[in-house]
Design a protein around this ligand. Structure first.
Ligand SMILES: [Zn+2]
Length: 172
């Protein structure tokens, strides 16, 4: 795991809860699970503000909204920017359970996200470590720090189970 001090000791004692808090990626996994139950490809994302505050969380809503761009990342960037009060999410960090696609990598760059944490690699549809590797292109003007492989097994199990169930379902 190359997860960096997300909860550095004594930095921010949780004021509103004594129960062990979920890590942002665990929250993103919950969003992915919920998306799967709605019949969406189970991908979830969480956006944190500069001091680690939650700005937005969502799963995919492509089917629900009949919107091909309603990927979890896009939805949290939109909601987060609105809450943050700026189209530039400076010092904000994004957690997503699957390697972002090219569209989302572009949006993450435009939003000036500071750090991108993602779960499973996506050799078929990813645009960060795979495919066009958007952040490595000279036409990319902001590259976030990228940390892959966070809770990757859980994230890819969710996806595998979802597609296996769908293949087994004649209505799918
Ligand atoms: Zn995407």
């Amino acid at each position: 795991m190359n997860e960096k001090n997300i909860a550095s000791h004594n930095a921010s004692p949780s004021p509103d809860s004594v129960s062990p808090a979920l890590t942002p990626m665990e929250e993103a996994l919950q969003e992915a699970q919920k998306a799967g139950k709605r019949g969406e490809v189970p991908v979830g994302a969480v956006l944190l503000g500069p001091t680690g505050e939650l700005l937005a969380r969502s799963g995919n809503r492509i089917v629900e909204l009949k919107d091909p761009t309603a990927h979890a990342e896009i939805l949290v960037l939109r909601e987060g920017a609105s809450k943050f009060g700026s189209e530039r999410l400076l010092e904000c960090d994004l957690y997503v359970t699957l390697e972002p696609c090219t569209m989302c990598a572009g949006a993450i760059s435009f939003a000036r996200i500071r750090r991108l944490y993602f779960g499973a690699d996506d050799p078929k549809g990813g645009g960060v470590e795979n495919g066009v590797r958007f952040f490595d292109q000279p036409t990319c003007h902001h590259r976030p720090d990228v940390y892959g492989g966070i809770c990757a097994q859980e994230a890819s199990h969710l996806l595998k189970d979802f597609f296996a169930a769908r293949r087994g379902d004649p209505r799918a």
